[in-house]
Ligand binder design. Structure first.
Ligand code: PLP
Length: 393
């Protein structure tokens, strides 16, 4: 039965209205780290199939409607980008950065059941949920003003808890400030405290910056050749896509410890979900193969240059904007409510930010418009402050 044929006119109208609203907002989401410059129309025809990647892509499956061969190529691409290879590491296409982070925390906990997970207060909110779900002993560490973890406090906390193996949850680009924890410094701290390489676990949460750092001239240390044990990246953020997704990659020997043989799916189960999305591996595969590495680099550089330009422009207009090294997130003091509402800006305590993603390179007008509005806003704020002072006396 063709189920769409049964929709009423009213319901068709509802969908049409929603479609128009999506078109309107697609390119206006400047506060969120999602690129909108993608075109996967070649893949639309696969939406008529119930694709399912249940199990491990490396195995034969008894379900022919899987995209394992594409998932394998996606993982080959990322393992190469992140300084490892598929004989030493294993990973899969996830539902997003959070699933990847959870997967790696599970690997770490299995390796060190009595270990303690250290993460900074600027880490993604899902880490609180993950340590609860997995019941991992943990310690939240204060951040430096730019969003990096406070290394002195980290060292102190590891020192007073030396009996427990450290599990480091490092941010490779925090959500709000785009700050990257210095994993070289963290490794030095661990070695100063006499922890050997096999006595701690180092995870990289590279949700956004995982697809930036491979394309810059001077990346901060973040990958397997820099000593990490695992990495999680979101697919719908920097790359962009219609369905949330991501990839996770971890050292193969740590994955073996959690693998279950499942008789009736005829594939070893190493993943968190049972049924897995078979469409998103096609999306990532398409994104990887439809542009050259030089084009990917140019796109990342375009975002970074535009972020730099916006920061300079805001500073010129009297707004103390800033950004972290190799980050596409421009941070500034939270403007008036009318502005953050108009532009849908996410704001925290004191700061709001704009994330400069791929689709803005060709059409940065919204960013310039925001800068104009913020310049007027700061003048008004100053006037109001002056008025308030006047009424005080
Ligand atoms: C977005 C984000 C996540 C979560 O990723 P999802 O794909 O939304 O699950 C984790 N960590 C950081 C730093 C993020 O920015």
């Amino acid at each position: 039965m063709d189920q769409t044929a049964t929709l009423s006119n009213q319901d068709h109208q509802k969908l049409d209205n929603f479609f128009k609203s999506c078109l309107h907002f697609q390119h206006r989401n400047i506060g969120y780290p999602v690129a909108a410059d993608f075109n996967y129309s070649e893949l639309f025809k696969f939406l008529q199939f119930s694709l399912n990647n249940c199990g491990d892509w490396a195995q034969e499956s008894n379900n022919p409607l899987n995209t394992f061969r594409f998932e394998k190529e996606v993982m080959e691409y990322f393992s190469d980008k992140f300084g490892t290879c598929l004989s030493e590491s294993w990973g899969y296409v996830t539902n997003g950065g959070t699933e990847g982070n959870m997967y790696c925390c599970l690997l770490a906990r299995e390796k060190f059941p009595q270990g303690t997970l250290y993460y900074s207060e600027d880490s993604h909110y899902s880490v609180d949920k993950i340590v609860k779900l997995l019941r991992i002993k943990h310690k939240v560490i204060k951040s430096l003003p730019n969003g990096e973890i406070n290394y002195d406090e980290l060292k102190f906390e590891i020192l007073i808890n030396k009996e427990s193996n450290p599990i480091i949850f490092a941010n490779i680009g925090t959500t709000l400030y785009g700050a990257t924890d210095d994993i070289a410094k963290i490794q030095t701290i661990l070695s100063e405290l006499n922890f050997k390489k096999n006595e701690f676990y180092l995870h990289a949460d590279a949700a956004l910056n995982g697809m930036i750092l491979p394309f810059v001239d001077q990346p901060q240390p973040y990958n397997f050749s820099d000593g990490i044990d695992s990495i999680s990246v979101s697919g719908h953020k920097m790359i962009g896509g219609p369905i949330p997704c991501g990839i996770v990659l971890a050292k193969a020997k740590n994955v073996e410890s959690i693998t279950n043989e499942v008789d009736y799916i005829a594939a070893p189960d190493k993943t968190i979900s049972g049924s897995r999305n078979g469409f998103t591996p096609l999306v990532l595969w398409h994104a990887i193969n439809s542009t050259s590495e030089a084009q990917k680099r140019a796109r990342v550089q375009g975002c970074l240059n535009l972020a730099k330009e916006l920061t300079t422009l805001l500073i010129k207009k009297g707004i103390p904007a800033w950004r972290n090294c190799n980050s596409i997130i421009v941070v500034f003091p939270t403007p008036s409510e009318s502005i953050w509402r108009k532009y849908g800006l996410a704001n925290s305590k004191k700061h709001a930010h704009v994330v400069v993603t791929g689709h803005m390179i060709e059409n940065p007008s919204l960013l310039y418009q925001l800068a104009e509005d913020m310049a007027k806003d700061i003048v008004n704020q100053r006037k109001n402050e002056a008025k308030n002072e006047a009424t005080h006396c």
